[in-house]
Design a protein around this ligand. Structure first.
Ligand code: GRF
Length: 215
């Protein structure tokens, strides 16, 4: 049975593109049934259009009341029988009711090695800015399930990226983004194959230890 996916986006959608590509190559046993954007002008919507994926804008302009907005999101997800939500660069807080409804079925990609440079205030380029200011030598990307906190849910996959002495926010975010494009589709693939087990905070993907934590 193929998994029904909803991708939540806000911006350029390169992570969405990586997912679309892997699905089209038949590497993932799932289908993106819907792209939900909180930004009418997100380029991610155009990416979806090019691949015949339906998209919908739900944001402050058409639903100014937050409860109505959150209610509408749940209604649409249920209407489309969505099994898995992927936050592919979605810059908005996920409603707690939705988190409970989709426990361990919402996946997020974060551009650092959680629990470093995550949580409140660490989003987008601010993450890489924090990394460079602190002077750490290694950063990376993390795919995790979403719980009621900010970037606190069980970690599914991580991959590291070396910080170079002459890195800028742009050069570093570019290298981290490449890693995001590897590990997000991989995590989704495992999910769709039913390989992911969550025990408390721990995520187990049977026998894949070497792949899940790479250099
Ligand atoms: C990525 O770095 C993602 O980790 C972060 O926002 C960026 C979105 O990139 N949350 P894109 O929209 O997938 O290109």
């Amino acid at each position: 049975m193929s998994i029904n996916i909803a991708a939540f986006v806000s911006g350029g959608g390169t992570n969405l593109q990586a997912l679309i590509d892997e699905i089209e190559k038949k590497n993932i046993n799932g289908k993106i049934q819907l792209i939900l954007s909180n930004n009418e002008n997100a380029y991610a919507i155009k990416r979806g259009e090019k691949h015949g994926i339906e998209s919908i804008y739900i944001g402050k302009k058409n639903f100014s009341d937050i409860n109505e907005r959150n209610g509408k999101i749940i209604e649409i997800l249920q209407e489309k029988n969505i099994d898995l939500i992927i936050l592919a660069g979605y810059m908005s807080i996920i409603d707690k009711k939705l988190v409970r409804l989709y426990k361990n079925r919402i996946i997020n990609i974060h551009p650092s090695l959680i629990p470093s440079f995550c949580g409140k205030g660490f989003y987008g380029k601010k993450v890489h800015e924090g990394v460079l200011e602190y002077g750490v030598k290694v950063t990376g990307a993390t795919v995790h399930f979403v719980d009621e906190g900010t970037d606190t849910g069980p970690v599914i996959l991580q991959k590291s990226v070396i910080v170079k002495e002459d890195d800028t926010i742009d050069s570093l975010s570019e290298r981290v983004l490449k890693v995001e494009h590897e590990i997000l589709p991989l995590a989704v693939k495992y999910f769709c194959e039913g390989k992911i087990k969550v025990e408390g905070r721990k995520v187990k993907i049977g026998g894949l230890e070497d792949e899940t934590c790479t250099h």
